[in-house]
Design a protein around this ligand. Structure first.
Ligand code: ATP
Ligand code: MG
Length: 574
């Protein structure tokens, strides 16, 4: 490829809306262009990277025994109504109508569609297992589309689905997909961790997320330094914390004028925050739930949702508070009564406390010397708090590490939720009808590209792992006006016969400085410069983007050396 022909219009200024590095660099390098929020054009450089990621995915999925198909993006409402997700998906689903007024959606995922498909032609145990996958656009009207390709409204996903006779069959498929994902992300050069996750709204049991480690990630993950425990913090049930502060005083109401946050109250009463209990009021479907956690803890909303089996989680409105007799800023369970649409749930660690402070259920008042087990009355007790840095591993008690992750993939044991809802059954050996046991497995292809950049860049630009770099090498003639230099560069370029599609010749009539800058921004893993040095000594310079290392070789040896460097990078997945 000649750089003069490459359609990658670079920008001088980065649009202000870009906050994460992958978004900034992809815009700057002319890899993507925004059309509307969360919807982008992939320009040639990005498209090449995406195709490389897809090629790796295809190889590994085929190896895992899955076959590629292509399902419709436009899907009829009926199949979504059968599983109940037409309602559950809410505003995140793009919906449309045809000329006859029939309703459709743009697929956010394909469980309904694939189950409908497999149901059509699979009816005997002899036909199982079935494993199918596709790579295509998905559509989700995300509440906050942001961070460029990391959270788009139109994005590329690889989604695979397996159908088995029983749980043992599913276990085998799951393991196979888990291993395939491990290979895929390793080959893409990502630093990642598979972590236990919550199966959430999609239903099912076991699930792992593959998290690319990066500070810009939206997921909080935790792992143990000693055992192999690793999880999304949403999925962790932390240990109940003991409390050795004894108290035999009765609870006492004290004035706390204007002190309506837990920090203000603790400050005012000169109490450490871990001696306080805070209230958070949720609306779970149509139930108002008062959740109580220690002042220094946070509520795990995902657990809360699971405990109540709620489809929708939100904060309670002011109206809800008034209806339940709650005084914002001063709430506690003391003196409150549960009712049909009002429940109180208290974290187990709170129930261990004996001398706590909490809301007085009237304006400007708090209780002190509260013993929740004694004073809270009839409440539900569950572990509803998030794990935090001060905790230990819930498995082995060892030291934990908390990191941010970008969810690049997820594998799910779905079970029979979808096959039952859509009647996807088979006849077993005894002629008895059974629902198929399903698994589903997703990879965010466009998000993977962004994650690679989040993990691997410097102040000058992208540092691509060679396997997914748009091009592997660039040849930079330092002076276009010098015919000898240009001829040498051209000859070297042509010599890369078998790699010709991976090498760019920067033939643009630009200063060497600009060419170097663009090469660093685009992130070619290897750069060859033919310039003054070559004219003086016959040597050209090979520079490795990742390490900054430079190697001087005579022009005649350059081709072999570049191939060797590239092959070394490939073998190290760098
Ligand atoms: P998230 O929690 O980040 O919203 P998800 O769990 O809803 O993602 P899945 O339904 O598991 O996503 O989809 C499979 C994969 O698709 C995810 O692991 C992720 O890599 C990718 N993905 C999901 N939503 C988006 C999005 N809005 N933009 C880009 N990629 C996405
Ligand atoms: Mg997911």
């Amino acid at each position: 490829m000649l750089a003069s022909r490459l359609y990658s219009p670079t920008l001088r200024e980065i649009p202000a809306e870009a906050v994460v590095i992958s978004h900034k660099y992809m815009l700057k390098a002319g890899m993507i262009r925004k059309i509307v929020g969360g919807i982008y054009v992939y320009m040639p450089l990005a498209w090449r990277t995406l195709q490389k990621i897809e090629a790796i995915i295809r190889e590994e999925m085929n190896k895992a025994g899955s076959q590629e198909i292509q399902m419709p993006i436009i899907q009829p409402a009926e199949i979504w109504q059968q599983t109940g997700r037409w309602a559950v998906y809410g505003d995140e689903m793009f919906r449309l109508q045809d000329r006859h007024g029939r309703q459709y959606c743009l697929a956010p995922t394909h469980e309904e569609m694939i189950t409908t498909l497999v149901h059509m032609d699979t009816n005997s145990y002899k036909q199982l297992p079935v494993s199918l996958y596709q790579i295509q656009n998905k559509y989700r009207d995300e509440l906050r589309p942001r961070f460029g390709l990391m959270r788009g409204r139109e994005f590329i996903m690889k989604d695979a689905y397996t159908f088995d006779k029983d749980a043992e069959g599913l276990d085998i498929q799951y393991r196979r997909m888990y291993d395939a994902y491990t290979n895929i992300f390793t080959r893409c050069g990502l630093h990642f961790r598979p972590v236990l996750a919550d199966s959430g709204a999609i239903g099912g049991s076991t699930t792992h997320e593959f998290e690319a480690l990066a500070d810009s990630g939206e997921a909080d993950i935790v792992y143990c330094r000693h055992c192999d425990f690793a999880a999304n913090t949403e999925a962790v049930v932390p240990n109940t914390l003991p409390c050795d502060i004894k108290n035999d005083k009765e609870k006492e109401l004290v004035a706390t004028p204007g002190q309506h946050t837990i920090e203000m109250v603790c400050d005012y009463l000169r109490l450490p925050i871990e001696r306080s209990v805070k209230a958070v009021v949720y609306k779970l479907d149509d139930t108002v739930v008062l959740a109580m956690v220690r002042g220094d803890h946070e509520v795990n909303e995902v657990h809360l949702q699971n405990i109540y089996g709620a489809a929708v989680v939100g904060m309670a409105s002011e109206e809800d508070l008034v209806r339940c007799g709650l005084t914002a800023g001063y709430i506690s369970p003391i003196g409150l009564k549960k009712s049909e649409h009002f429940d109180i749930v208290v974290d187990k660690s709170v129930m261990e406390m004996q001398d706590a402070c909490c809301g007085g259920n009237q304006k400007d008042m708090h209780y002190i010397h509260v013993n929740p087990a004694r004073d809270f009355g009839d409440v539900r007790v569950e572990t509803i708090r998030m794990i935090n840095e001060k905790d230990v591993c819930p498995e082995c008690g060892g030291e934990i590490v908390m990191k941010k992750g970008i969810e690049v993939g997820q594998v799910f044991k779905l079970g029979t939720k979808y096959s039952e809802a859509l009647g996807c059954t088979y006849l077993d050996q005894n002629g008895k009808s059974q629902p198929m046991v399903m698994g589903c497995y997703g990879i965010g292809v466009s998000r993977t590209m962004a994650a690679a950049i989040e993990q691997s860049h410097d102040d000058d630009g992208i540092i691509w792992p060679v396997a997914i770099a748009p091009y592997e090498a660039v040849i930079v003639p330092a002076n276009n006006k010098d015919e000898k230099v240009m001829a040498a560069a051209q000859a070297l370029y042509e010599s890369f016969e078998e790699k010709s599609d991976e090498v760019v010749l920067d033939d643009r009539n630009e200063r060497a400085g600009i060419k170097f800058k663009d090469a660093d921004l685009i992130g070619y893993p290897v750069r060859v410069t033919i310039g003054k040095k070559w004219q003086e000594s016959g040597n050209v310079e090979i520079r490795i983007r990742r390490t900054g290392e430079t190697i001087e070789v005579p022009l005649e040896e350059c081709r072999e050396k570049v191939l060797a460097v590239l092959s070394n990078l490939h073998s190290k997945n760098q």
